[in-house]
Design a protein around this ligand. Structure first.
Ligand SMILES: Nc1ncnc2c1ncn2[C@@H]1O[C@H](COP(=O)(O)OP(=O)(O)OP(=O)(O)O)[C@@H](O)[C@H]1O
Ligand SMILES: [Mg+2]
Length: 358
């Protein structure tokens, strides 16, 4: 039985409890150490160095992008590059305005305040944050009803770093108060290969470049997944071989962990298989497809579909999900000659993102 929240999968981009300390040890610690995201790195370098030259605090920074691409790592790097202390909290922890007021009043000039999952911050705290971000002060309301008074409180100049996987869920006023927004994109296989080489060095693992290419190709553009697969492959290399990761060892290990050459796991392949074999490639509705693989529709939609769409194997059309030629070929089948999706002929491996809204 496949775990309904997909947590048994080795290729989920979400943080798993088992990632724990292993991840912490592999985090890049400076902008120079950070591989990939060249545009974000260049822009941040300018923002941070500029502020340093002027002797002030940099603008507030918003980091947005899918899970596991380095937002938390980057927040830590911002503080390290500024030589400042990092104070960490998260949107869900800031339920009342008082929680935030306590956090803000403890800041020392130049501190970096990191709010993870900032889109989940409660409304009263968010409103207090506006004033703190703009004027470095907050109004603390004491008492209730007609006798309530508001006491202004100074906040030391600080830099807010917010991270979000859903920048669209941020309110306009909050988004507007960030001076700089960095959007993190999925990594290229070559970048993941460099990350793997670095991680292997830190872990003291010998890995052949072709083997890191093999792992990089299955990591879905996500450093967190690359590092996790490296740890799984290392286990295999230690137990079944002499510890050195060769391409053959990497391939054998990834078969054991059910991660195929494109980074699909068992459930992803089950969905593709049902779409192609049971429904002739679609179109088919998400709930029918979910029943066919014995899963909740939400699991198929939120856990599998985003990557299958991004990889160009499934397209969303107004009439349902359709397998692209790439999906047929990935399953070792010949796509039907007249494969047409929503009036558009679809070729293998052509991402259909954004073509259809459903
Ligand atoms: N550019 C990079 N170079 C090297 N390692 C990286 C890089 N980006 C991320 N990693 C690795 O991936 C792991 C996950 O990164 P991080 O925790 O920063 O992601 P995140 O974007 O904050 O994810 P989430 O949205 O789940 O909070 C890190 O522990 C680190 O080991
Ligand atoms: Mg994070």
């Amino acid at each position: 039985m496949i775990d309904p929240d997909g947590s048994e999968s080795q290729v989920t981009a979400r943080y798993l409890a088992a990632d724990g300390e292993a991840e912490a040890g592999l985090r890049p610690t400076s902008l120079d150490d950070f591989i990939g995201q060249p545009r974000v790195r260049e822009q941040l370098t300018l923002v941070l160095r500029g502020a340093k030259l002027r002797g002030g605090t940099p603008d507030h920074i918003l980091l947005s992008g899918p899970p596991g691409l380095g937002k938390t790592s980057m927040a830590m790097i911002v503080a390290a590059e500024l030589g400042s202390a990092l104070r960490v909290t998260s949107g869900p922890a800031l339920e009342r305005a008082g929680d935030l007021a306590a956090m803000l009043s403890n800041l020392v000039e130049g501190d970096v305040l990191f709010i993870d999952e900032i889109h989940r911050i409660a409304r009263p705290a968010e409103e207090m944050l506006y004033l703190a971000m703009e004027d470095f002060r907050v109004d603390v309301v004491v008492g209730k009803g007609p006798g309530a008074t508001s006491i202004p409180l100074e906040v030391a100049p600080f830099t807010l770093v917010g991270a979000t996987t859903r920048s669209g869920a941020l309110t306009g006023p909050l988004r507007d108060r960030f001076g700089f927004t960095a959007h993190m994109d999925f990594y290229e296989p070559e970048e993941l290969q460099q990350i793997l080489a670095r991680s292997a060095r830190i872990l003291g693992v010998r890995i052949a470049p072709e083997a890191s290419a093999e792992i990089a190709a299955r990591s879905r553009g996500t450093p967190r997944i690359a590092n996790r697969l490296l740890r799984r492959v290392r286990d295999y290399a230690d137990v079944r071989a002499d510890g050195t990761i060769t391409p053959a060892i990497a391939q054998a290990a990834l078969v054991v962990y059910d991660v195929d050459p494109l980074g699909l796991d068992r459930l992803d392949r089950a969905v593709l298989g049902a779409l192609v074999r049971s429904f002739g490639g679609g179109p088919v509705g998400i709930s029918t497809l979910a029943v066919a693989v014995g899963e909740e529709p939400a699991t198929v939609e939120e856990v599998c579909e985003p990557f299958l769409v991004r990889a160009g194997m499934v397209a969303r059309t107004p009439r349902g999900r359709v397998a692209t030629a790439g999906a047929w070929e990935h399953l070792g089948l010949v796509p039907p000659v007249d494969l047409v999706i929503g009036g558009i002929e679809v070729r293998a491996n052509e991402p259909q993102l954004g073509l259809f809204d459903s």
